[in-house]
Design a protein around this ligand. Sequence first.
Ligand code: 5GP
Ligand code: MN
Ligand code: MN
Length: 481
Amino acid sequence: MLNDFRKISDFEWELPAGFRDDMRAAVRFFATRSLLEDALGDLSVEQAMNAATLPGVTGHVMVMPDVHQGYGFPIGGVAAMRYQDGVVSPGAIGYDINCGVRLMASRIELEEARPLLDKLAAALDHFCPSGVGTRGERLLKQNELEDVCAQGSRWAKKSGAATEMDLARTEEGGRLAGANPASVSRKAFERAKDQLGTLGSGNHFIEVDVVEDIFDARAAELMGLEPGCLCLLIHCGSRGFGHQICTDYVQDFQSVARRYDLHLPDRELVCAPLESPEGKKYLEAMWCAANYAFANRQLLAHQARKAFESVFAGKVQDWHLFQVYDIAHNMGKEEIHQIEGRETRVCVHRKGATRAFGPGSVDVPDSFRTIGQPVLVPGSMGTASWVLTGTETSMERSLGSCCHGAGRVMSRTKAKHSVRGEDLRRDLLQRGIRVQAGSNAGLAEEAPQAYKDVDEVVKVVSGAGIAQKVARLRPVVVVKG
Ligand code: 5GP
Ligand code: MN
Ligand code: MN
């Protein structure tokens, strides 16, 4: 199979349209040879080829170096569908709608914080509820939930849990237009009402990192990232709400696909025409979940600020956490791109992939307009995480998209069998990383060995020119659900 790929560069490989009879578009992999070989070990390639058969698919289906197989479509996959004649597929957006990452910076130096790190771990754990089925501070009424759906992060501003700067430095200002609560099931709302402001479990985390290396001094300065200072990463999504919405529409679309005579290579890739009533209804519901997720990360950020205040106020000169950026990595967005020489209105499906718009884009906050959109790439609890920026090349080569993490190499089950949670906790502590986790088994599933080498993944996206390195972060406190 490796020989079927046309090598475009050391970091780009292509399977041409027509490689399989039913493919309408090419599939392009951003990877080193060895990462590509890894990808051939699961269903990722087949899933990307399946997406390339969908009506209205345009440009090429893209696969990022952190790829691994997912439900119907690979995590790390990007596919653009023309509004005119294309489809939307919930499986190509993901169950955790608007799962994403927020980065906040501080002026607290690691050296002054060191004696307080144990306290900080406990405070973050206390203020930011985590674990399966955890409940938020209070139950939201139906009208409040509908407000969250409509307003996203902005909803948090009324209660003083968001600043204008937080909102300005969030993708889409933390609010997608077009969300319509009437398209969301009662069951989804039922799951949403007590989960706002909670982290959930497993892969989601709140992490304190130290800024270790700077690669682009100007961009780092604009982002407020200072070497040797602490920053905070929040990784979380739309909790049970998004999951239920995806579940509902994957089920509904089974009959819709038949109605519109859509031929699916895989039932998991079920879809509906973008301009059909059913497709529109899903988009309206998906954007509700997206706004819920923005609000959720906003509340978690607010709670993390309380934790920082409780530990650092009076102990360090300035304990504040400043928003750097917040990005989605499971989302379908309406965008206009130059594709094959033509301006085309498309729905870009990014699953386990982030937007990475370049300098000059009107969708990049004013403060970052000259450097491009911040791109956040978490690695694992025991390795580096990266801050990058989108580039002009990313607009051309990857429809303004980039990788979202290191990506799994080991299944959860395999990780649980090959790593002992207690050993891992001790090893990490020896390396100065304090971990606060619900269970040792849960911890083992998230072991650094279960993920690819994030530095190699970042080498690919920077080598291919779709992102530029800004800073490398190193974890010191990790709170896992
Ligand atoms: P996903 O959204 O696909 O579950 O995860 C995104 C990425 O987060 C993963 O590919 C992995 O590289 C990274 N990641 C998972 N756990 C942690 C963690 O505890 N800390 C950091 N910094 N990154 C993590
Ligand atoms: Mn995620
Ligand atoms: Mn998630």
